[in-house]
Ligand binder design. Structure first.
Ligand SMILES: [Fe+2]
Length: 202
């Protein structure tokens, strides 16, 4: 029997937010962007909100908290096997990228779970994936020319996994998992890639 040890659970699902709700969040965040300068975190270009979107000043979107909490509980149920009541401490922020903006590799230290809720994705987006990097070290076991020729590929041959998001999708992953965001391009150079990122601890 083959066991996959040290697997990394990553949750990907439709959030269930309607187009109307996504549009409402998008417009609100664009308004916040107009009023506030960008924070400087992993973003290169683009705009990164300051502070915590789950604090009192941003109480406009109870459905936002609901879908994020639901995804976190689904993850905790599936990955940890725990289905009781828990109080989660949430922090959230928005990142708005235009064509060419990106986020450098980082993780979300000192948290338990992290994730991303995609509010808007440029139509026909090229690039713009979130890329997860294999956390295992020294994945340099022999991968020879003969193996390549025969099409033999060990499951650790790809050291990153790209997820090209759709608007309304939500991801949850361990906070220690390194990731970055590719620059995006689209026919419409004004189109925005808008994500709400979040951290949770218990
Ligand atoms: Fe991140």
């Amino acid at each position: 029997m083959l066991n996959h040890v040290f697997a990394t659970p990553v949750w990907r699902a439709k959030s269930g937010l309607t187009g109307e709700q996504l549009g409402e969040i998008r417009d609100y965040l664009i308004g916040v962007r107009e009023q506030n300068p960008s924070d400087a975190k992993s973003n290169r270009g683009g705009w990164h909100s300051q502070g915590n979107l789950f604090e009192d000043e941003h109480r406009q979107f109870p459905f936002l908290r609901d879908v994020i909490t639901r995804a976190l509980f689904a993850y905790i149920g599936e990955a940890f096997g725990y289905r009781g009541e828990i109080a989660l401490a949430l922090t959230g922020w928005a990142v708005i990228n235009r064509a060419g903006d990106y986020n450098v590799p980082h993780n979300h230290a000192s948290n338990l779970l992290s994730g991303a809720l995609y509010i808007a994705v440029p139509p026909g987006m090229r690039g713009g994936a979130i890329v997860f990097q294999d956390p295992r070290l020294n994945l340099n076991a022999h991968y020879t020319e003969n193996m390549r020729r025969l099409g033999i590929q060990p499951p650790w041959a790809n050291t990153s996994i790209s997820v090209t998001p759709e608007a309304g999708e939500i991801l949850v992953f361990p906070s220690w998992l390194m990731h970055f965001v590719e620059p995006c391009q689209s026919e419409d150079s004004d189109a925005l890639r808008i994500v709400i990122s979040f951290n949770a601890t218990i």
